[in-house]
Design a protein around this ligand. Structure first.
Ligand code: NDP
Length: 601
């Protein structure tokens, strides 16, 4: 079903979107944010696990996997399945899980359906409790993957890698850590993740605040009381709490804060778009009736539909596939009416569907939020994919509580912080606790986010090699860095709606390559210079696409609104024919057993 929006209204929307973007554009872009230093240095520490003394490790393994989040876990699991037994996971965290280890804020849950978001459900015999599951269940699933594939035995947790260096004479990588380890690995895979290094709002006076202050990724339950599984935060019952930021994280924790805090003040710069979540339990009997191999079918079905393709049925049926469905219906209608089938028709269909969706999202705010001024301030004026779309059935309702106050700053952000609270719009708000929901570093140097440098042949570091933009085959293999595998999604499928799907597919390919290298007793596997250069011709730059467009309101999806140079665009690029075509291509590439573009020596 489609709702017609008049041309006049469309024009109004265009102008309003641009005006709202312009209000928020700032010359400092990403540099506005502050690193967690000084008083906030501990935001990088692990508050959950005590570090246990152990002997330094100086042995050799076949594969070292740096980062034990979903990318590292899935890759390690596939390697074990492929017969490579001595795989070593290394992580600064005291357990596996990556972002799902660190993020324990109240209300945290996946925004993509658990049936496809949680990898290896069939392999681990796991039934998700609901369509969207809470963070502690996701963390437990990560642990189950590690248990199922025996990944704990060899793992080095609470261990930060400090350097990964190629040793030409032995064709081995040497991995050094902050625990004194110096061991060798024939192959290294790095899955250090894009979203884990907290950044702080660029406002003066944060240090001066005399109350409690913490970042959402290190939720301080000793201050708030309660627990990640949802127990009431009794420590906040008589407190005035302020939260800075209204992104995907804040949207999930604000309902819990509203429920438990004496007073809650939400400092908003840009509202998120909040679509229906419609969560419901998963029936174990129905789950048991699924045919083996179901998860791969569900993954592909979601990705086909979400990226604009056609399928007989929509297995996942969520906010992501809904918008795509609308676009497809419009394309079909337009083509039947005589428009050509091509990118222009697709773009018009996309814009019309997006206008319709965003009008519904804004109408939803009016239908839920009783105070009209608050409702107006909560309406997003940008395209849905300009920022991470949010799905929640309690967030907007929270603003009807008498103890919850939205402090909208009309795109300006908070003015400053002092010992007693936060200034916004020239008004001081006294607070006992400040929660920073200000997000994570995205566009900064890889080595800064990862915490170590990778040095390949001829002492060239990966940072130097990629100084003028990322270069790779499949986003995975890099010339001059033999036996190294980067776990990510740039220069590959670049699928952001379901990040683990990228890892599930790439893990199959990486396990096949490493198993082959072991079988043929190759000392080195390396992408040729030519294959790497040719791959750059098969990916397209991020900018100008729907996600990351400079027309969007600023955020981490579009480099805070600063147009990217050609080189930088390489870092966020994806396969030219889209995610589904990429997965099909990669499957065919690995299945031939030739691994074209790689040299086995
Ligand atoms: P974001 O970067 O999305 O949000 C940061 C927020 O802080 C924004 O609202 C930003 O406003 C605001 N902000 C920054 N500086 C100021 C300031 N000076 N004054 C007022 N507000 C300010 O971080 P999140 O942690 O919310 O989300 C990061 C990502 O993590 C998500 O996009 C998503 O990919 C992932 N995530 C996934 C979840 C899931 O799947 N379950 C759940 C939660 C997060 P502005 O918008 O104006 O920049």
């Amino acid at each position: 079903m489609t709702t017609e929006i008049s041309d006049e209204r469309r024009e109004q929307l265009r102008l309003r979107y641009l005006a709202e973007r312009d209000k928020r554009l700032r010359p400092d872009g990403n540099d506005q944010y502050r690193e967690p230093t000084g008083r906030f240095e501990h935001f990088l520490d692990d508050p959950y696990t005590d570090v246990v003394d152990r002997e330094a490790v100086t042995d050799e393994v076949t594969v070292a996997v740096v980062g034990a989040g979903f990318s590292g876990l899935v890759t390690a699991a596939r390697l074990v399945e492929a017969g490579v037994q001595d795989v070593r996971l290394i992580d600064t965290a005291g357990d596996v899980g990556g972002v799902w280890y660190w993020n324990r804020y109240p209300g945290a849950m996946c925004d993509t359906a658990a049936m496809i978001y949680l990898p290896l459900l069939e392999e681990t015999g796991t039934v998700p409790s609901a369509k969207y599951v809470p963070a502690h269940e996701i963390f437990a699933h990560a642990r189950r993957i590690a248990d199922t594939f025996g990944l704990y035995d060899n793992a080095l947790l609470s261990t930060g890698v400090t350097s990964v260096t190629w040793d030409e004479s032995s064709s081995r990588w040497c991995i050094e850590t902050d625990r004194g380890d110096a061991f060798h690995a024939k192959f290294v895979a790095t899955g250090t993740g894009p979203l884990h290094r907290p950044k702080l709002p660029g406002v003066d006076g944060l240090e001066a605040f005399s109350g409690d202050i913490f970042h959402t990724s290190r939720w301080d339950y000793s201050v708030t009381g309660g627990s990640p599984s949802g127990d009431p935060m009794s420590g906040l019952a008589d407190k005035r709490v302020g939260i800075i930021g209204t992104g995907a994280t804040a949207v999930q924790c604000i309902p819990r804060l509203g429920r438990d805090a004496g007073e809650l003040l939400v400092f908003q710069r840009t509202p998120s778009s909040i679509d229906v979540r419609n969560n419901h339990p998963i029936d174990p009997e129905w789950f048991a009736s699924l045919e083996p191999g179901w998860q791969r079918r569900w993954l592909r079905n979601f990705t086909v539909l979400q990226t604009g393709g056609f399928a007989d049925e929509d297995l996942v049926m969520d906010g992501w596939t809904d918008i795509s469905q609308r676009i497809r219906d419009r394309v079909v209608a337009r083509v039947q009416a005589g428009d050509p089938l091509g990118p222009e028709t697709a773009l018009v269909a996309y814009e019309e569907s997006d206008d319709e969706k965003m009008e519904e999202i804004r109408a939803r705010v009016d239908s839920i939020v009783s105070d009209p001024v608050t409702a107006e301030a909560l309406k997003p004026w940008y395209r849905q994919l300009c920022k991470r779309p949010c799905f929640h059935d309690e967030y907007l309702q929270t603003y009807n509580r008498p103890n919850v106050h939205l402090i909208d700053t009309d795109g300006k952000g908070v003015d400053r912080v002092d010992a007693a609270g936060v200034w916004a719009n020239g008004v001081h708000h006294a607070l006992d606790v400040i929660v920073l929901a200000s997000g994570f570093e995205v566009g900064t140097e890889l080595s800064r986010r990862a915490g170590f440098e990778i040095t390949g042949r001829a002492e060239l570091t990966l940072g130097e090699y990629w100084r003028s933009g990322m270069r790779s085959l499949h986003g995975t293999n890099v010339h001059g860095f033999p036996n190294l595998f980067i776990l990510g999604f740039a220069q590959a499928a670049n699928l952001v709606s379901n990040v683990p799907h990228n890892y599930v597919e790439s893990a199959d390919a990486i396990a096949a390559v490493i198993a082959h290298a072991v079988a043929v007793e190759a000392r080195e596997v390396e992408v040729t210079k030519e294959a790497e250069a040719a791959w750059l011709g098969r990916i397209q730059p991020r900018q100008g696409s729907v996600i990351g467009s400079p027309d969007c309101t600023p955020g981490y999806y579009n480099n805070e609104g600063k147009p990217l140079g050609e080189d930088q665009q390489l870092n966020g690029s994806g396969f030219i024919d889209g995610a589904v075509a990429y997965f099909e291509y990669l499957e065919a590439w690995r299945s031939t057993g030739h691994f074209e573009g790689l040299e086995f020596r």
